[in-house]
Design a binder for this molecule. Structure first.
Ligand SMILES: [Zn+2]
Length: 247
């Protein structure tokens, strides 16, 4: 079974660092059909960009190319959007779940704390990146709680797919943010999403902690100790997608 790493939303930072980055979405062929981990923006976000997306386009340099929408990339790979039976979300910021309406029949798997934060009242400014319209089609939810199971020494939640997949709670960037690990051969692919900036050695630690939460140091140590784990974060540099993303 294979896996496809897609860049579903290019957003280039202008400050404090100039970085050309995409947004990692992962399409995994499983025993239960296609599983998409994060979606990037959706087709309607391109057609009718919400205010928050427009604000984001002012802050970041965003080419805003509709072909980057996951639904379009799934088609380019020769699948139909309805072949995507399940969507696993690391968290529900608009750049990670905006494509939900393009897969209306997919079951959506997410940590319960994240779903509650998204549907509850706003508690801090970053919650502005939760856009209710992304779930207006009322998807079928599969909500998970942390149970004490482990993936390596991380708390983890076993997902019901083959190849083996784990939801790895790394709360902080958002209330219920998680990484996602997928078994690959003798090792693992691990998307730590927005919990760390493990390939970025120029961002100051205080900024990483402020924006991404408390896990960056632990993730860096883990990556060093476990070469069999191919770790990525959500916003990898564009060069990486070209060189590594297709492997
Ligand atoms: Zn985020």
């Amino acid at each position: 079974m294979s896996m496809h790493i897609l860049n579903c939303f290019t957003c280039n930072a202008r400050w404090p660092l100039k970085l050309k980055t995409g947004t990692v979405c992962t399409l995994v062929e499983t025993n239960q059909g296609l599983v998409l981990v994060d979606t990037g923006l959706g087709l309607d976000d391109y057609a009718h960009p919400p205010g928050m997306v427009n604000l984001f386009r002012v802050i970041f340099s965003v080419p805003f190319e509709r072909r980057e929408a996951a639904a379009n990339q799934v088609k380019s790979l020769g699948f139909r959007p309805e072949d995507v039976r399940h969507i696993v979300l690391t968290h529900m910021h608009f750049d990670h779940c905006g494509g939900l309406p393009d897969f209306p029949r997919a079951r959506v798997h997410v940590h319960r704390r994240e779903h509650e934060a998204f549907t509850g009242r706003m508690r801090r400014w970053t919650d502005l990146a939760y856009l209710r319209r992304h779930i207006a089609h009322k998807p079928e939810w599969v909500l998970y709680d942390t149970t004490g199971e482990k993936w390596y020494d991380f708390d983890a939640i076993h997902l019901p797919f083959e190849p083996e997949m784990w939801l790895v709670p790394l709360h902080g960037h958002t209330w219920g943010h998680c990484g996602v690990a997928v078994k690959q051969g003798d090792g693992w692919y691990f998307n730590a999403a927005d919990a760390g900036a493990v390939y970025n050695d120029s961002a100051p630690a205080w900024l990483i902690r402020l924006v991404l939460g408390p896990h960056d140091g632990r993730l860096r140590q883990f990556m060093k100790a476990h070469p069999e784990v191919r770790m990525v974060t959500s916003h990898m540099e564009l060069d990486w997608f070209e060189k590594e993303g297709s492997k």
